[in-house]
Ligand binder design. Structure first.
Ligand code: TRP
Length: 335
């Protein structure tokens, strides 16, 4: 059987934190070594423009996210790793898809509807601060996926609707212009580990409770020490199931380490000691990749070259496919 294609995109906004690492980055990097599938990983920098109009932040985030994935061992020999904006066929395809996409389909997008609703509740014009970028976002995402005829697209729960839309758009195009596109399927892992942040709510940059992935050892220790706990004293038994310290610990621990920490909780380990052990565990896992990360950040040209190599591999496919698609819609040489 021919290999299946798996594709996923990472929007280049923000700085990665431990929650991103455990929930998304680590499993995706493990998957990049799978030789049984053809895999595509890309930095969705055009998507970043929908959320962020600050050029320096877009650049910085692209650099940090690329360095993160490389430092953590993304297998770039097996997987194709590229930057969306290097694939000039993607915006071209976006337009072809825009022309078959029903406006009503976009009206139903959750993200757009939420923005309209927020405006209405605030007594604003429904379109207040809504750009066509936000409205068309699902078409750009469809182009990312359909460009490489991906079969499977691992995404978070919030992206399920976008995959439905990609299928719908692909079907319309196929129906009108012939069978060009594979209908992609979302792969949504219901068991993704979500980590609590320092205040016990889900770790997220919007709650300001996130522990950054790449900070010097001392800062990492400080951030771990800030995790909120209850006021049980040393010697008093503690409930691991009601503790952010334990929840984060278990995400990094082997079975044996987890069982030992459970016993320590029952035996009344002091919070300071539990946090020290948590810090040591996280640090042991991140110390080596942190050195690679820092080396990469100091040499952006190395990252740039990697991305260009990836883009060349990706474009070997997208260029030829886009030629076919242009022809299919009637954009053809005349002579
Ligand atoms: N929209 C996705 C997110 O916010 C990122 C993304 C862009 C993506 N294009 C994609 C994911 C294509 C999968 C496939 O998470």
């Amino acid at each position: 059987m021919a290999k299946q294609t798996v594709l996923t995109g990472i929007t280049t906004t923000g700085t990665p934190h431990l929650g991103n690492y455990v929930g998304a980055i680590k499993p995706a990097i493990a998957a990049s070594r799978n030789q049984d599938v053809r895999s595509y990983y890309f930095l969705a920098d055009y998507h970043a423009l929908v959320k962020c109009g600050e050029p320096e932040r877009v650049r910085q985030s692209t650099l940090e996210i690329a360095a993160t994935w490389l430092a953590l061992g993304l297998d770039t020999d097996n997987a194709v790793f590229y930057r969306q904006s290097d694939i000039t066929e993607i915006p071209e395809l976006t337009w072809l898809l825009t022309c078959v996409c029903a406006k009503g389909l976009m009206n139903r997008a959750h993200a757009y509807k939420a923005a309209v609703q927020a405006n209405e509740e605030a007594g604003e014009d429904p379109d207040f601060q809504i750009t066509m970028g936000l409205f068309n976002y699902p078409i750009l995402m469809s182009a990312d996926i359909l460009m490489f005829n991906a079969h499977k697209v691992p995404v978070g729960k919030d992206q399920g609707q976008h995959l439905e839309m990609a299928r719908d758009i692909a079907q319309r195009f196929n129906h009108h212009y012939g069978e060009h596109f594979v209908l992609p399927e979302a792969v949504i892992d219901d068991n993704v580990a979500t980590l609590p942040g320092q205040d016990g709510r889900k770790m997220s940059k919007s709650y300001n409770n996130a522990i950054p992935l790449w900070v010097p050892e001392k800062k990492l220790r400080k951030a771990v020490m800030k995790i909120m706990t209850n006021s049980l004293e040393p010697g008093q038994p503690k409930d691991p199931d009601d503790s952010s310290v334990f929840a984060i610990y278990r995400a990094f621990a082997s079975d044996k380490q987890r069982a030992a920490m459970q016993d320590a909780f029952a035996a009344g380990i002091a919070w300071g000691e539990a946090k020290q052990q948590l810090f040591e565990l996280i640090n042991a896992e991140l110390a080596e990749p942190r050195e690679r990360y820092e080396a990469l950040i100091a040499e952006p040209a190395v990252i740039e070259n990697k991305l260009r190599e990836g883009a060349e591999r990706a474009r070997a496919y997208s260029r030829a496919f886009m030629d076919k698609l242009r022809h299919a819609v009637g954009i053809r040489p005349l002579g």
